[in-house]
Design a protein around this ligand. Structure first.
Ligand SMILES: [Zn+2]
Length: 115
């Protein structure tokens, strides 16, 4: 690697097609139009599927399934033992997932709907 790349800002990424520095939130390069990835996962966002988290929370939320899914094993177990504190905790999680404020085990928001 003799060629040094310019440093990226916190919310920037390289276009995979033309190499231009673009916003990490852009689903496609504004210059050449190339999609920025197979999955449009913004930098800093969880790679986990929001759709899967919603479905798991809805059907198995009392058992903490959505927390196990995003890697939150310990709070998942706690939710399992307490049955989501009789559904209230699970309901709060469900709302958080819907509005995009639910975080994975590394603190990244679960916001990407596709898998
Ligand atoms: Zn480009």
């Amino acid at each position: 690697m003799s060629e040094s790349m310019p440093a990226l800002g916190a919310n920037q990424q390289f276009c995979r097609s033309c190499g231009k520095i673009i916003s990490s939130l852009a689903p496609a390069c504004p210059r050449c139009g190339a999609p920025t990835g197979l999955r449009a996962v913004p930098a800093g966002a969880s790679p986990k599927s929001r759709l899967a988290a919603v479905l798991l929370c809805f059907f198995l939320g009392w058992f903490g399934a959505h927390r196990f899914y995003v890697g939150k094993i310990w709070t998942g177990l706690l939710q399992l033992i307490t049955l989501g504190i009789f559904g209230i905790w699970t309901l709060v999680d469900f709302i958080l997932i819907i509005v995009g404020s639910f975080k994975d085990s590394e603190g990244r928001p679960v916001v990407v709907w596709t898998d």
